[in-house]
Write a protein that binds this ligand. Structure first.
Ligand SMILES: NC(=O)c1ccc[n+]([C@@H]2O[C@H](COP(=O)([O-])OP(=O)(O)OC[C@H]3O[C@@H](n4cnc5c(N)ncnc54)[C@H](OP(=O)(O)O)[C@@H]3O)[C@@H](O)[C@H]2O)c1
Length: 229
């Protein structure tokens, strides 16, 4: 087992976020996670008590992220690994049929939510002079498909935002955009329908993705990475 790390992660209620949380904890790391669903957060708190910490936070609300970060930084100090995993996808539709408020929600969570988390956690990491930031991108952050244009727009944004951030970080730190691959989650069912069942489940994915995330170092700064499948 590697040294125990303090890991902040968004979107822990299901899918990749939940599977990573379980796998990191199994390997002895401390997980500080959030999601919006209160029932799922209550169940995580029961399953994984202190030193782990799970909170109801909507990452698209800057004030909520700020309060969450202030509490965690005071109680635990800066994270070693900061995983911006929470995201939404639009319901499949050609771009001209996407309602403006749905497009806004996808941007608010996937792009602005990532910025809010960075702006509230990264200064403390910079002050300490170490830490790795992983912003979850997608195959659709490097390619495109019909009917998911808002999602593609946000994941291409995550790629650009992360590489610019990488140029700003001091030595000793790293920021990477990560394409996790294709995994059978609720999000995949939204865009792939029945075909989603052909892909690996999140638990199987996390068995390889978690050790890969634990190996990220300064040398990886700014590299667009893909999780092992
Ligand atoms: N699955 C794939 O094949 C795939 C492929 C490429 C990229 N990705 C990326 O991988 C990441 C995880 O995806 P997934 O497939 O696990 O999705 P998922 O099953 O839909 O889970 C998304 C998670 O994000 C949380 N979330 C959504 N909006 C939030 C908000 N405003 N504040 C806090 N948490 C929020 C959800 O919890 P609540 O609803 O409780 O808030 C949930 O825990 C995403 O960034 C996604 O774009 C996934």
């Amino acid at each position: 087992m590697s040294d125990p790390r303090r890991i902040v992660i968004t979107g822990v209620s299901r899918g990749l976020g939940l599977a990573m949380t379980e796998e990191f904890i199994r390997r002895g790391h401390v997980m500080l996670g959030c999601a919006r669903s209160a029932a799922d957060i209550a169940s995580l708190r029961k399953r994984f008590p202190a030193p782990h910490d799970f909170a109801v936070v909507d990452v698209s609300q800057d004030a909520q992220v700020g309060a969450w970060a202030a509490r965690l930084l005071a109680e635990f100090g800066p994270p070693d690994l900061l995983l911006n995993n929470a995201a939404l996808i639009n319901a499949n539709a050609p771009l001209w049929q996407v309602p403006p408020d749905e497009f806004s929600r996808v941007i608010d969570v996937n792009v602005k939510g990532t910025h809010y988390v960075i702006r509230h956690f990264v200064p403390a990491m910079i002050q300490r002079g170490s830490g790795v930031i992983v912003n979850f991108s997608s195959g659709w952050g490097r390619s495109t498909s019909a009917e998911v244009a808002p999602y593609c727009a946000t994941k291409w944004a995550v790629e650009g935002m992360t590489q610019a951030l990488a140029e700003e970080l001091p030595p000793g730190m790293a920021a990477v955009p990560l394409n996790p691959g294709i995994i059978h989650t609720q999000m995949l069912e939204s865009c792939f329908g029945q075909d989603a069942t052909a892909y690996p489940n999140p638990d199987r994915w996390a068995q390889k993705a978690v050790p890969f995330l634990l190996e990220l170092r300064t040398r990886d700064n700014g590299k667009p990475l893909t999780a092992p499948s």
